[in-house]
Write a protein that binds this ligand. Structure first.
Ligand code: DAT
Ligand code: MG
Length: 155
């Protein structure tokens, strides 16, 4: 049961919101069978502090400042999704970091072109998912419920 409650942090970046891709992206996670645990509504313009913390592992990379600026340049849709292997499968659904390397059928492969405008974030490990979820959400903002489709999605 616990494995089926793995959680990942997914954020639609400002370009994804501005380009009207929110519905398409949420639809992919919903139709896969993952459960929506939390979503910030209305979308939030993240503070520089939050974004710097979120991308702290990349602080020495040359694109770090530009990345933080881009991520704060408009509203983002921050979400938590739950399900079996959702971290790894979520990354497969996103595609590669560089959309040019992302296969058609993935979100980045279908909807974007450049690495600096790759429309969506997804946690890369269970450990970073837990870190990111606690950075963006308070515990009481995460909702526990069993989807009525649960036994039709899992054996
Ligand atoms: P991902 O978002 O696939 O987890 P990452 O954590 O390595 O990738 O980097 C975070 C974001 O930083 C990425 O989504 C886009 C940006 N980025 C990564 N590499 C870049 C590069 N070489 N040039 C510009 N932006 C880059
Ligand atoms: Mg990453």
């Amino acid at each position: 049961m616990a494995a089926k409650q793995e959680r990942t942090f997914i954020a639609i970046k400002p370009d994804g919101v501005q380009r009207g891709l929110v519905g398409d992206i949420i639809k992919r996670f919903e139709q896969k069978g993952f459960r929506l645990v939390a979503m910030k509504f209305p979308p939030v313009i993240a503070s520089e502090d939050l974004l710097k913390q979120h991308y702290i592992d990349l602080k020495d990379r040359p694109f770090y400042n530009g990345l933080v600026k881009y991520m704060g340049s408009g509203p983002v849709v921050a979400m938590v999704w739950e399900g079996l292997n959702v971290v790894k499968t979520g990354r497969v659904m996103l595609g590669e970091t560089n959309p040019a390397d992302s296969k058609p059928g993935t979100i980045r492969g279908d909807f974007c072109i450049e690495v600096g405008r790759n429309i969506i974030h997804g946690s890369d490990s269970v450990e970073s998912a837990n870190k990111e979820i606690s950075l963006w959400f308070k515990p009481e903002e995460l909702v526990s419920y069993q989807s009525c489709a649960f036994s039709w999605i899992y054996e």
